[in-house]
Ligand binder design. Structure first.
Ligand SMILES: NC(=O)c1ccc[n+]([C@@H]2O[C@H](COP(=O)([O-])OP(=O)(O)OC[C@H]3O[C@@H](n4cnc5c(N)ncnc54)[C@H](O)[C@@H]3O)[C@@H](O)[C@H]2O)c1
Length: 140
């Protein structure tokens, strides 16, 4: 869609693979799409969270949420990324929950992020948006 996207992951091997033109998941047409957008300079990959937070207004959280022992979603990784965003942000950011999470998670994400901002004694606004699926309207 023409957006300039910087993807952050803690998995160095995955990022190295993506930066060498590989794609770690299979989806028809995805490899070509990734190659086209990398070549156009619109799609980049890094392990540098600070660079990710500096990159753009919208910060998508899309980490795994494996089922906990009681079957509920484990939010450890989601909340870790929320804290990481707050540790690095210096101006207004919109955090988008893309991970599959239960109702109420946006409040928890906002709350842990604001806690970190308070610890940093930084007065910066943030908002949290829930976007559990990509609901782009199909073109006919
Ligand atoms: N795959 C889909 O089409 C799809 C669609 C809608 C929602 N979701 C949801 O999105 C979430 C992720 O799904 P997935 O299939 O991409 O999972 P995945 O396990 O393939 O990828 C998650 C990635 O997050 C990385 N990660 C973990 N902790 C991190 C951190 N602190 N900072 C940066 N990166 C970190 C992992 O290294 C891993 O590469 C899940 O909650 C899933 O339900 C997925």
């Amino acid at each position: 869609m023409g957006n300039h996207v910087l993807c952050v992951d803690v998995d160095e091997r995955k990022i190295a693979l993506l930066n060498s033109g590989g794609v770690p998941i299979y989806e028809p047409g995805l490899e070509e799409m990734v190659a086209r957008n990398r070549a156009a300079g619109r799609l980049e990959f890094t392990t540098d969270a600070a660079a990710g937070v500096a990159h753009g207004l919208f910060q998508f959280i899309a980490v795994g949420t494996p089922p906990d022992e009681d079957g509920s979603a484990d939010l450890t990784h989601v909340l870790a990324v929320a804290r990481s965003i707050a540790r690095h942000m210096t101006e207004y950011r919109i955090i988008v929950d893309k991970s599959t999470v239960p109702v109420g998670t946006a409040d928890r994400v906002a709350s842990v992020a604001r806690e970190v901002l308070r610890e940093r004694q930084l007065v910066v606004e943030l908002d949290v948006v829930s976007n559990p699926e990509f609901l782009k309207k199909a073109r006919r």
